[in-house]
Each structure stands twice: as C-alpha cells, then as structure tokens.
Design a protein around this ligand. Structure first.
Ligand code: SME
Length: 142
C-alpha cells in the first residue's frame, strides 16, 4: 500500500500550492476516512486557521454529506445551509470533493472561501482532477 507518509506529503503540498496561489481559497485541507471506523472523517493536512472540527461523522456537515454521497458539494452561501459545521464566521462559501478509491471514500478535499459564490465550474473541474490524480496514485501503489 502507498505509504501513509507519502500520501500525507502529497496532500500537504497540494494544500500549500492551492492556498498560496488562489486568493479566494482561504482554508484548504484534507479529511481522511478513519480506516477503523469507516464512517467518520479525521482532519488531515491543512493550511489556514485551526478548526475545532477534527472528526466529522459521515452525514454531518458539508464534509460528512459529501463523504456519504460520494459526490462533490458546492455551497455558494453557507448561511443558507442547515446541515453545516462552521469553522470560522468569515467563511461564506465552500467546496468539498471526495477522493474515491475502489468505490470507497478515502477522504476529501475541503476548501473554504471568505467570498460568496466563489466556486465556479473551473474550480470544480480543477479540484476534481486533483482528487482523481490522488485516487490514481493510491490505486497504483495499493
Ligand atoms: N464546513 C465543514 C466543516 C469543515 S471546516 O470547513 C474546515 C462542514 O460543514 O462539513
């Protein structure tokens, strides 16, 4: 299997590159499915303010919903969401892209923005490609 450290290193680099180069990406991080529970996400590498949401059960918040349904969630205005976990009052919009390996959610990429409506089709396609690359990398070594 792909060394856990190698995956973490890749994720750290992705976080840093996205955070430093895209002005409307104000928090960039990965959550990983807890392999012992399989229905709970654990915070992985991230760049931005620390969050209290270190563990998120599948189904809870935008992250938990994306993990449960295995589809990308784009939320253009977080204030309109009922199933949402706030990490910072500054956050206005969010995107969560699952990383699926052999039908299972390995984890997901989560990005918060301090700007309303900040994620368009370009963001979505670009971020889904990054997650697909990570998934391929894991499958090749797994
Ligand atoms: N907003 C997320 C929680 C994670 S923080 O954004 C880092 C959610 O609703 O699941």
């Amino acid at each position: 299997a792909l060394a856990h450290e190698e995956l973490e290193k890749t994720m750290e680099q992705v976080c840093r590159i996205l955070y430093e180069n895209v002005p409307h990406y104000n928090w960039v991080g990965f959550y990983l499915t807890d392999p012992s529970k399989r229905d709970e996400l654990v915070l992985g590498p991230f760049v931005g303010e620390p969050t209290e949401h270190v563990r998120i059960p599948f189904g809870r918040g935008i992250c938990g919903q994306a993990a449960e349904r295995r589809v990308t969630f784009v939320v253009q205005d977080v204030s309109k969401e009922t199933n949402y976990l706030s990490c910072s009052p500054k956050v206005e919009s969010e995107i969560v892209v699952p990383i699926v390996v052999n039908g299972e959610v390995l984890g997901e990429l989560d990005i918060d923005s301090h700007v309303l409506n900040s994620f368009d089709e370009n963001d979505r396609n670009f971020l889904e490609r990054i997650c697909e690359k990570i998934s391929q990398k894991v499958r090749m070594k797994g």
